[in-house]
Design a protein around this ligand. Sequence first.
Ligand code: PXL
Length: 284
Amino acid sequence: MKRIITLQDISCVGRCSITVALPILSAMGVECGILPTAVLSTHTMFHTFTCKDLSDQIEPISDAWEKEQITFDGIYTGYLASGQQCEQICRFFDRFSTKENLILVDPAMADNGKLYAAFDDSFPAEMAKVCSKADIILPNITEASLLTGIPYQTEYGPDYIQLLLEKLLELGCQTAVLTGVSYQPGLLGVAYLDRTGKQFSYFTRRCAQSYHGTGDLYSSTVLGGLMRGLELGDALALAADFVVLCIEATSVSKSARWYGVEFESQIPKLCEMLEEKLKNSTDR
Ligand code: PXL
């Protein structure tokens, strides 16, 4: 079984970060270790929240793992607590990346044209350094614009997406995936570009509702698919279809918006969809 380590916060309530990554990766048949970067009462979209930065734990925990010769097939980062912590994450990559393992960075810091509440304008440049060391990065369009300096647009065509992808690759990562891409009102999807020039896009129906934590659900599912041996395009498509199922399951509840998406009830379907994709990819 593949073992990954995820470095992101524990938001105790509100289904995001580690409370999403752990159950999703476990369900997909991947061992998920955690290095909590901070403990929050909830994610920062709630009006009142506490946050205990755990930066001082990253170094001693890494030392202990190195002494024990613990290795990871994947390193997955999400929401990070501060610009300073971004530097620590880069050091963690230097210590634990190998030729074989995969570094996946979700630069979770912004959405809908705005940085999350806890960050100031200096944060994106620090996150860009984390992205530079990744094999795959998974920003949404807001994050991509903050990482590249290209103005954020809500109305665009394929040229804008292509430009963002090219500029994201210039950060130094191997593959850039953009989430939340939409060229037609009813469709929402993802597009990627890698260093060899390979391109791919995939669209699902756009759901009327939008929920907190879907980005974390998406990234965790993509990593699960990759660790199980899916090609990137198949993993991106699986994750997109799964997030739609979860949004549909959540949309019956009015208070759900703050509590993330109801992925729990959809885990059996995720396992079925994963097996189906694995079967199709070996039949090919
Ligand atoms: O879902 C991204 C995320 C993760 N963790 C925390 C957050 C957010 C988004 O706001 O606040 C603490």
